[in-house]
Design a protein around this ligand. Structure first.
Ligand code: UDP
Length: 152
């Protein structure tokens, strides 16, 4: 741990949250952070950045051969995002529950996507406000990508 003021404790569970360009542009940073904090989770890393193609290819490597990969990269690099490391007991699954379904049309009310995301239809990448790691292993990989200074 080099630059961060808040210690990264590998014994705690962490997840990597991104507020995607639509969330940033629509002024939803506070709303998302507020939900995370109200749920009792701790934000131990936070930065604003515009993702590069290289970062997106690494972050979304599992989707590289999918039909939506190009529109996903176009969407994700279209403006600033907020990247966060969030800490707490069972935070990976809890934040997945808080996000709701990938498709905003299917996301339940009460979830971030169900309450806030718009369904843009079939011509665009699915703009759904947030990303959250899908497993503790993915979280480790994604935190090392977006916050190398925290875990080195
Ligand atoms: N996505 C898309 N089209 C699709 C499926 C996914 O544009 O048909 C985008 C969407 O923004 C999604 C991201 O790719 O959040 C990653 O997809 P994943 O299946 O991992 O969903 P998530 O874990 O984000 O719910």
């Amino acid at each position: 741990m080099a630059d961060s003021n808040i210690p990264y404790n590998p014994k705690e569970e962490h997840t990597l949250v991104l507020i995607k360009p639509d969330g940033y542009a629509r002024g939803l940073i506070g709303e998302v952070i507020s939900r995370i904090e109200k749920r009792g989770f701790k934000i131990i890393g936070l930065k604003i950045t515009i993702p590069t193609q290289e970062e997106l290819e690494e972050h979304y490597f599992e989707h590289k051969d999918k039909h939506f990969f190009n529109s996903l990269c176009e969407y994700m690099s279209s403006g600033p995002i907020v990247a966060m490391v969030v800490e707490g007991s069972r935070v990976v699954q809890s934040f997945r529950n808080m996000m709701g379904d990938t498709n905003p049309a299917l996301a339940l009310p009460g979830t971030i996507r169900g309450d806030l995301a718009r369904d843009w239809g079939p011509d665009r990448g699915v703009e759904n406000i947030v990303h959250g790691s899908d497993s503790p292993q993915s979280a480790d990989r994604e935190i090392a990508l977006w916050f190398p200074e925290m875990v080195d």
